[in-house]
Write a protein that binds this ligand. Structure first.
Ligand code: SDX
Length: 441
């Protein structure tokens, strides 16, 4: 059951006064403080009192929710999950333990960890009917398209027992999705290469099970490399949650209408797929392959700076981080370790990425705009070294981010103040006009 922590939200005596220089009226808006980070101006009564909306396309300065799950300090490159630094979690924890932390607000003790691991492990199989969904796709279908279709279709399998207002049923749904995502991801991969699906095994850990389903074949025993297990588990941790990013906001908005949680997670996956978001890890590797050599880096840096060229340096820049994305720092270290252990220390793409990072970070365009490598810049290099195909990179991001989406969804549903999300707009279309019959147009 979700531990609903007491909000640290503090109504303050502090207010912001707005004065309208046309009407001479002024309005007092309350300011609310959280535990960390910027305070917020409570504009919930703005329209009632002023008859005006706020206007913030892309929500660059808008808080859409109160949350106790993740905190990012973009200026200083800090990422906390329920108060624990991502660097500590990546170094000392494992993905299922971090999943428990995100869902329940605390690190599990031995008993809690054992039960949670058991519950997730024993939900990893899919209804056999799901295999018929996969067989309807072309073999060359993008695996994200397959994931979207299958995850959305799961709402057809569990629709009758989803009372989202019952915390126990939300819990079961969260265990089901957390457990089944690696199974679906591995099935999408096996389907694309024409190999038989490999069933999950209850004697393997979460990361081991995923790699086993990905790379085992019925014809022989497959022993998962501990190096790959550690690398993929760490990569899952680094992608687990990230405040109110585009895909998480999509899940919250879809969920705010009371929609089926499987359908909400599928909506989040659709948003994650975009190259400006989770699709960037796949785009980084394709960009590095297109650059091809260190000599061609200046040409691509020039293009990234050219306003007339739509090309952007994939894996660089972030809406919140105006410093190093701490996940990128851990990921770069992990890339060196994994490539070293896999004997691919001379991987040309890694050398290219390191050189590109150095050149970009020395360029005033990137310095002035505070554009640093983000989580996607190195992740693809690790995945490629592990034998994961490029078009499966965003799928792995989705597998990892599912727990973040679920924790944020649950927090929203459990919030008594929760309402359906319904933004307003600045209308700039035509004023009312008379209909003209076609013969007079
Ligand atoms: C993720 O939000 C999250 O938390 C997301 C995420 C998560 O964990 O959920 O962290 C995961 O999505 C990481 C981001 C992955 N995307 C990419 O790597 C794609 C490349 N990056 C850019 O598209 C861009 O940086 C964004 C989309 C990430 C952020 O865009 P913003 O915040 O809207 O910034 P912007 O477009 O307003 O850019 C500000 C300036 C612009 O130049 P000017 O108009 O001021 O002259 O910086 C430039 C941009 O042109 N710029 C870039 C650039 N990113 C921004 N120029 C070249 N290359 C880039 N990558």
């Amino acid at each position: 059951m979700l531990v609903v922590q007491k909000s640290t939200k503090k109504e303050s005596a502090r207010t912001l006064t707005l004065s309208d220089n046309t009407t001479g009226k002024s309005f007092e808006l309350p300011i609310i403080n959280g535990t960390l980070g910027p305070s917020v101006i409570d504009v919930r009564r703005l329209y009632v009192e002023t008859g005006m909306f706020t206007y913030d396309p892309g929500y660059t300065s808008t808080g859409s929710a109160e949350s106790a799950i993740t905190y990012i300090d973009g200026e200083n490159g800090v990422l906390l999950h329920r108060g624990y630094a991502i660097e500590d979690l990546a170094k000392h924890s494992n993905f299922l333990e971090v999943s428990y932390l995100l869902l329940y607000g605390k690190l599990p003790n031995v008993e809690e960890n054992k039960k949670f691991t058991h519950d997730v492990t024993y939900h990893s199989m899919l209804n056999e009917q799901v295999t018929y969904f996969l067989r309807g796709f072309r073999r060359d279908a993008h695996p994200m398209a397959i994931m979207l279709g299958v995850v959305g279709a799961l709402s057809a399998f569990y629709h009758d027992n989803i009372d989202i207002n019952d915390p126990r049923q939300r819990d079961i749904t969260e265990h089901r999705l957390l457990a089944k995502m690696p199974t679906i991801a591995a099935m999408a991969y096996k389907y694309s290469i024409g190999q038989p699906f490999i069933y999950p095994r209850n004697d393997l850990s979460y990361a081991e099970n995923f790699l086993h389903m990905m790379f085992a074949v019925p014809a022989e025993e497959y022993v998962v490399s501990p190096t790959l297990v550690r690398a993929i588990d760490r990569l899952f941790i680094l992608h687990a949650d990230h405040e109110q990013n585009a895909s998480t906001s999509t899940v919250r908005l879809a969920g705010s209408s009371g929609a089926n949680p499987f359908a909400c997670i599928a909506a989040g996956m659709a948003s994650l797929w975009g190259p400006a978001h989770g699709g960037a890890n796949e785009a980084v590797v394709r960009m590095l392959q297109e650059i091809g050599s260190i000599e061609r880096i200046p040409e691509f840096v020039r293009r990234a700076k050219d306003k007339d060229d739509p090309f952007r340096l994939m894996g660089f820049g972030h809406r919140v981080y105006k410093n190093y994305d701490p996940r990128a720092t851990v990921m770069r270290q992990s890339a060196h370790e994994v490539l070293e252990e896999l004997g691919s220390r001379d991987e040309p793409l890694l050398k290219l990425a390191i050189e590109l990072e150095q050149i970009a970070l020395g360029d005033t365009y990137f310095i002035e705009r505070k554009l640093f490598p983000n989580v996607d810049f190195y992740s693809g290099i690790i995945l490629r070294a592990m034998g994961i195909p490029t078009d499966l990179f965003t799928v792995l991001f989705a597998v990892a981010r599912t727990v973040g989406w679920l924790a944020q969804w649950d927090e929203m549903i459990a919030d008594p103040a929760q309402k359906i999300g319904r933004p307003r707009q600045l209308y700039t279309g035509p004023a009312e006009r008379k209909f003209i019959p076609i013969e007079k147009r």
